[in-house]
Design a protein around this ligand. Structure first.
Ligand SMILES: [Zn+2]
Length: 313
């Protein structure tokens, strides 16, 4: 079996650590553990702090609590996890056989409508932000706001510009289609849909239309393939359903736009033959068997995101 370094652009493991303590991560109780990341040869894992807009605590306070859990996790594994804040950090982590960890926030409501909070989050190590979750916030409407389907607000324009200036990854997963096009108009750097699939294969609100994928590809952005069964297909799912989305997107625009964003620990179920990052080699080998060149597989697994990170951060 061949294996390649992997970059995975979305998991919700910090939430598990915040809720259940570091033991949950250590004992492999959920999808992601250090052992699983090592087995899967994950060179960089994005760790998202997911903000629950409907909780009673302030969004910023929730974000800070999750960021604290992220740093608790890093200090529990100083020999395994290495924080990534610059493209050079990633090179060094790989050289030293460490697992790179990138701190991200899922849900721009964390800013509570204030750009100052964005700059402070950057200082705390946050290098990507998903502009919305499924609902409306100060920045834009989320994908489930189907009645209004609104785009970026004025504040949203400022956030995109400020993220460009800081060198933060703008994540458009969960955004409305209208918001997606607005961000592309405003952003001067490539953007990512860190955990979304192809709508033409599975017509779910969280997936991307062909036009969106074409524009992302033109702009040198990334689509991180999500492993959540309802975003992959109808009915039981397996590695072959993940492959279908990769096949579709590569036929549409080529492989350079494709990465992985499995959404481990954020999804209640996974494809039957995937339990966590330890199973990445199954996907890699399935691609190689389909006669994707080694170079193309390396791009999908790692190189596309590495190139993207070096252009954005
Ligand atoms: Zn998500």
């Amino acid at each position: 079996m061949k294996s390649y370094y992997i970059i995975d652009s979305h998991c919700d493991t910090i939430g598990k650590v915040a809720e259940h303590g570091i033991e949950a991560f250590r004992n492999n109780e959920y999808h992601v553990s250090v052992e699983g990341l090592r087995k899967g040869k994950v060179g960089l894992q994005f760790f998202a702090a997911w903000i629950n807009q409907k909780a009673n605590t302030s969004c910023l306070q929730q974000g800070l609590r999750l960021i604290d859990s992220y740093y608790t996790m890093l200090s529990a594994y100083p020999d395994a996890l290495s924080p990534i804040r610059t493209p050079q950090d990633l090179d060094i982590a790989i050289e030293n056989n460490m697992i790179g960890a990138m701190l991200t926030v899922e849900g721009g409501e964390v800013l509570e409508g204030n750009l100052l909070n964005l700059r402070i989050l950057y200082q705390l190590g946050v290098r990507a932000m998903t502009l919305t979750w499924n609902y409306r916030n100060e920045i834009a409407d989320g994908a489930m706001e189907t009645f209004s389907n609104g785009g970026l607000s004025l504040f949203g324009h400022d956030v995109v510009r400020e993220m460009n200036k800081l060198g933060m990854i703008i994540d458009v997963s969960h955004l409305t289609e209208k918001g997606f096009y607005d961000v592309l108009e405003v952003s001067e750097r490539p953007i990512a849909a860190t955990h979304s699939n192809a709508w033409s294969i599975q017509s779910h609100l969280r997936n991307l239309k062909d036009k969106q994928i074409r524009l992302l590809a033109e702009q040198r952005g990334i689509v991180g393939i999500n492993f959540y069964p309802p975003f992959l297909s109808q009915g039981p799912t397996s590695v072959s359903d993940i492959i279908k989305h990769i096949e579709y997107i590569s036929a549409l625009v080529g492989v350079d736009v494709i990465g992985f964003g499995a959404d481990f620990d954020g999804i209640g179920e996974t494809p039957t033959d995937i339990k966590g990052p330890q199973d990445y080699d199954k996907i890699i080998n399935a691609l190689l068997q389909l006669n994707y060149s080694e170079d193309d597989v390396k791009k999908i697994a790692f190189e596309n995101y590495k190139r993207f990170i070096s252009e954005v951060l």
